[in-house]
Design a protein around this ligand. Sequence first.
Ligand SMILES: [Zn+2]
Length: 244
Amino acid sequence: MSESLEEADLAAIAEVFTNYRMVDLSHRLQPGIPHFPTHSAFFHLPWSSINDPATMNVLLMHEHNGTHVDAPLHLILDSSKVDPEAHGIHNVSIDSLLGPCYCIKADLAAEETLSEADIKKWEDQFGPIAPGSVVLINFGWHKKWTLGEAGLEYVAGWPGLDRSAAQYLLGKQVKAVGTDCLGLDTSTSPDIPAHDVLLINGVLIMENLANLDELPPRSYFMAFPLPIHKGSGSPVRALALVPR
Ligand SMILES: [Zn+2]
């Protein structure tokens, strides 16, 4: 058993959460949310039992529905390197989505890509991206997230990272890269360079992030994946701490 915290330690931890406001970066999960064209939809089905008066439902969902993280297992193009035990989401460390956060605003048109030069331009303005951080790209796409037919605009034509951007962030030793689109690569990318470069090297990818417009350039990020054995990804409740 670990050593017990002193009252002063508890106060110090509590103070962080009273001094900083949490911005919720996860979309609400419910039937009808947009989903990747080749993935299954999200289902939430009532479950009743004659012998049990409790209210309960069955969740039937794709690992990549809603705001989620991709495990390395999700995309390793060289199949000889795939090891579900080593690359599954259960094996990702619990603090892998915890750290200083940089939110890069990128006003790109549909299908356009963010490059290394674009990220360097952002760093010139806001400061260098530190190792061990989480980088989020705000394409403004989260504003298209809506239920049903109206959400079809969200599921086509989204922008993403090009190979130079992914390689640059890998070189920066970031922990994870997130986007407010359905994928970190553009919707019609033939070679999905961001997934290809980042996942095999242990840099996690988060997709369908919400409310990125509320984030300043720097904040503190946290999200925790579910330990799904051999999972290719997991839904996350993502949040960022910002000044009150
Ligand atoms: Zn995914």
